[in-house]
Structures are given as C-alpha cells and as structure tokens.
Design a protein around this ligand. Sequence first.
Ligand code: TA6
Length: 298
Amino acid sequence: MSAELQERFGIDQRIQIVPGPTDSPHVLLRTGRAEAAISLYGGQVLRYGYDDQPQIVWQGEHVQFVAGKAIRAGIPLCWPWFGPHPYNSQKPAHGFARLQLWELLESGADGEAAWLKLGLSDNEATRSIWPYAFQLELLVRVGEQLEVVLTTTNTGDRAFDLGGALHSYFAVGAIEQIRIDGLDGATYYDQLSKNQALQTGPIRFREELDRIYLDTTAACTIVDPTWQRKIQVAKQGSHSTVVWNPWIEKAKHLADFGDDDYLGMVCIETANAGPDLIRLEPSARHTLGTTIWTEALA
Ligand code: TA6
C-alpha cells in the first residue's frame, strides 16, 4: 500500500510514505529543520520536532502499534466523544476515529511547509458504534509551526452532538520544573476528585493531574526551564482544554508507557468535553484545530 501511496503523494524528501508497523503506512513530512510523522491508522500525528532541539510532540520509547488499539503518542484524535462513552462503557473510550484506517487524500509542499489531508467517512464499523453519517477531514501542516485541523461535516439527515479532542502529548525536560500558563481564572472539572474548582495562577505538577478546563478558548504555554523553551499551544473551535499527567502509579499501569515516562511528558488537549458539546445539524460543519510551536525562554 505504501509504495502506491508514495507514487501518488510522495514529494522528494519533503513527503515520504513508508510502511508502518501494523501494515498501515506512516507519512514523514519535512520542512527545513521541522519534521513530523503521521500514522494513517488513527489519522494520528505520532511526533513533531525540530532537528536542533528535543522533540516537541512526544512519542515515547514504549509506544505500541497494535491494530484495534489506540496509539499512545503524538496527537490521538478523540472523536466523536471525549473520555468514556456517556452511557455505554462497551463503546471505546475517546470514540473510534483513532481506531480507524484513514485515507490519504492530498499532499503538498511550499517554501514554508509540507502538508497532507486525510479523510474518514462513516462505514459499517463506525455505524455499528455510532449511528450517524459523517465526513472527517484532517489537515496536518508541518513547518516552523505544526497545524492540525479536524473538520467534521454532518452528511446525514439527523443532527448529532459532537465532542472530542486533539489529545496532544508534549515532551518536557522535567515535569516538576514546568508550569502551564494560560488557564488562570478558568473553572475546571477534576476527573480524579470529581469536583469543580477554579484555577489560580499557573498549573504545576506534584501528583497525577487530570482536569477538564471548561468554557475556555485560551491558548496555553508550557514553560520549560530545563530545556530553556516555551511550547505554545493555540487552538480554534474548542471550548475545553484538558490537562493530564498520569504520574507514578498510573504510568506503571499503562502497558505502552515506561514507568518513568511521566517525568518527560504532559498532555494539553484541544477539546470539547463535558458540557462543551456542539450540536451539528445536517450539512453543518465544525472545525477543531491546534497550532503548536516553540520559542526560546527569554
Ligand atoms: O487526557 C485525559 C484522559 O482522559 C485521561 O483520563 C487518560 O485516560 C488519558 O485521557 C488517556 O486516555 P487513553 O484512552 O488514551 O488511555
């Protein structure tokens, strides 16, 4: 499959399609110092970074590629819901889009970036989980910034409620040294204590942290003194931001996570979760996007 896709969509050293570990191709995109890898299984950015610094979007060493299972790296697509299914635990957590093989639709490259478009439409498998017709298109644009834009079109004759997240994993030098700015004053639902609370000041990490920040369109900044950089995470079409680090105990119980991986990663997820759902009428469209880049820590 990857040889045929390379023929159709490959562009010099800018865009290469290579066989992936579970028989689904990976796409490598490069522009200048920036490089990313995307898996057609899951429609998922696996990693993103610049040649001259540590990776930005995190892929750990223990990542597993198993057909039918989610890939714990990069930017998993949680769609059409975030978290456990609201009333049926038999349905996959974080929806099914990250468990499907996406189609490579377009590729391109210019002076600033290399980009590709992937697509996923409803099929027998998705309809057996979620009885709606839809068309998904994912744009991934790789340059000095990483742009990931997921557009949902309701192609059916019934409205549906849409949630989800671009579940971005970021690499950090040391979790206890970083802080996350941008959510001061936002209300969050604590998924561990099941309480709501108000964020005061920056977010710091001293234990497992799993929070859905509600009704916020704010951009976030990961301030990383260890690697002397800031990671900027801007977003569009999102009214929730999820922040997660599994910490020690949960990391030990995640098969595809090294026991110490929690020390070097954090998730900031561009989401619509909890009450922040979108009612998508027939023929309507919704776009969820994130733009990621780094700046030196002045
Ligand atoms: O990011 C928040 C969260 O919902 C956590 O509760 C944790 O479950 C994480 O997502 C990972 O989910 P996954 O299904 O990829 O293991």
